[in-house]
Write a protein that binds this ligand. Structure first.
Ligand SMILES: [Mg+2]
Length: 312
């Protein structure tokens, strides 16, 4: 009888221990961040201040030294290779140079990789600028998606949003008064067909020569960037063109654009690498840096072949 009692007690103890262990696991699973499930905004909320700050402070995630040290490992790990266009694969708004087209050709010829473009401009513009190159295009910060079939441009998705015009006009006026941009030519705020919004500090009809000398190093706009983000909460804010801030709804940024494509095609965040030129605050590629995604910073688009050679 005593023996049965002892066995019974042991079973209960084992069951209890097992339950505690599972509970502990569940706890730690909950605490662990599932990068593959979170949007950029969710990630910012859940990642913890220290981690978010570390990502913020990172100005070069996979630099040349890291490629030298971990090139083989990265080559085996990375499957979804995402390119920005202007300043990365091409000079600003110009066609691809043959050397950079060869980079894409080589990567696309490798069945291990999926290679895509992730642009700020619209898909048709990217397709045309690339000379009809057959590649999947995620455009307008993820609002648009396109592919190429038999050399033809095929639209896959084209989200349309309706921005709150009053909200934009009111906050644009606050920016103008607060920072002395009350004189402008044309419209204060431009509302684009798909729902993107532009606040040109000199106005929508400013002269090109005035625009070019206004803020060539972006320092004027960087100085007020944080405040503009604060005023336009709920939108992703980009320092665009020569005088403007561009706005998209917050879910339209290159981080979410890449992750949405990755989910749809069965890739994890670890398998993604982003290649771009504009990771600074307000830059088109900035959310990639801020969200802690692996990236390569191209400072000279003619050096693209050199920087990408570890993936061949
Ligand atoms: Mg760029």
């Amino acid at each position: 009888m005593k023996k049965i009692q002892t066995i019974f007690k042991s079973i209960i103890l084992a069951a209890l221990l097992f339950a505690v262990a599972c509970g502990g696991n569940q706890q730690s699973e909950k605490a662990k961040i599932d990068y593959d499930k979170l949007t950029f905004m969710e990630l910012m909320e859940q990642a913890g201040e220290e981690q978010v700050q570390a990502w913020y402070d990172c100005d070069s995630r996979i630099d040349e030294d890291e490629v030298a040290a971990r090139g083989k490992e990265l080559k085996a790990q990375k499957k979804l290779i995402c390119f920005d266009l202007d300043g990365t694969v091409t000079n600003h708004r110009t066609p691809m140079i043959p050397e950079n087209k060869a980079v894409l050709d080589k990567l696309m010829a490798n069945p291990e990789y999926k290679v895509i473009m992730v642009g700020a401009g619209n898909a048709r513009r990217i397709f045309d600028q690339m000379g009809g190159y057959a590649i999947d295009i995620v455009a307008n910060y993820g609002m648009q998606e396109a592919t190429v079939v038999n050399g033809e441009f095929v639209e896959v998705r084209n989200d349309q949003r309706t921005p709150d015009r009053e909200f934009f006009l009111k906050n644009a006026q606050i920016v103008r008064e607060r920072y002395g941009f009350t004189e402008y030519t044309g419209e204060s705020v431009e509302f684009h067909p798909a729902g993107m919004v532009t606040l040109g500090l000199l106005g929508s009809k400013a002269k090109t020569e005035d625009k070019l000398v206004f803020d060539p190093d972006k320092s004027k706009r960087r100085a007020i960037y944080k405040d503009v983000c604060e005023l336009f909460k709920g939108y992703a804010v980009f320092i665009g063109g020569s005088t403007s801030f561009d706005f998209t709804e917050v879910q339209y940024n290159k981080y979410d654009a890449v992750m949405n494509y990755a989910h749809k095609h069965g890739y994890t965040r670890d398998q993604v690498i982003f290649i771009g030129d504009d990771f600074g605050d307000g830059g088109g590629d900035s959310h990639i840096r801020l969200g802690g995604m692996d990236y390569i910073h191209i400072t000279d688009f003619t050096k693209l072949p050199e920087r990408m050679s570890f993936l061949y």
